[in-house]
Design a protein around this ligand. Structure first.
Ligand code: IMP
Length: 189
């Protein structure tokens, strides 16, 4: 097995990523807790690359990072890069978003997930971006998932992310799309 250091100290995030690596030769591990990483990029992809590079260079091993968020068309792409910091809790973030959208009829939105893998010298070996198109509901629906899941409705599935069984969300989500593109390329490294 080859070691792949995940640019996070959050075990939940590691578990979430591990799902996509079950059949691979890579063993995922957490980055050292004390290692601070900067997220100063202006796009999801720039941030994923920055995080993967910094961790790889610091630990001199292969590293992987992701960066994700929700872009709402009628809000000019907000909350976007600010998705995690839009308000204090998941329900506050949902309430703020619903309030800002109000009765706006254009409910189009997309989740974006960028993933980057860096070599031990920090150079980027692979990068990919996955998206999932949907609509923002007027009120939350469903109890699964996290974050903005209860208000993000995917017309093809006829469900919000929070109503989907986990294996369905894993496949159709922005993260699922990003990893579906990444994993075949990983075999060539
Ligand atoms: P980060 O990628 O860990 O920086 O998180 C980005 C933020 O985007 C999260 O804190 C959530 O608010 C939101 N987000 C990203 N992916 C999802 C998802 O699959 N469902 C719901 N919210 C998400």
């Amino acid at each position: 097995m080859s070691q792949l250091v995940v640019a996070t100290s959050n075990p939940g995030k590691l578990r979430e990523m591990q799902v996509y690596f079950t059949d691979s030769r890579w063993e995922l591990t957490l980055k050292p807790e004390e290692l601070e990483i900067k997220e100063t990029g202006t796009t999801f992809l720039a941030n994923a690359c920055l995080k993967a590079s910094q961790v790889a260079q610091a630990v001199r091993k292969w590293a992987i990072a992701d960066d994700s968020g929700l872009e709402v068309q009628a809000l000019n792409g907000a909350p976007g890069l600010n998705s995690a910091r839009y308000a204090k809790t998941d329900s506050d973030r949902i309430n703020r978003l619903l309030q800002e959208l109000g009765d706006e009829p254009n409910r189009n939105a997309q989740f974006v997930c960028a993933v980057a893998i860096a070599e031990p010298d920090g150079s980027i070996a692979l990068q990919t971006v996955g998206t999932c198109q949907g609509e923002i509901l007027y009120a939350p629906r469903g109890t699964g998932g996290f974050g903005y899941d209860p208000i993000f409705y995917v017309p093809e599935q006829g469900m919000t992310f929070a109503e989907m069984p986990p294996e369905v969300k894993q496949q159709v989500s922005h993260r699922g799309q990003a990893f579906a593109a990444l994993l075949p390329q990983l075999k060539n490294l």
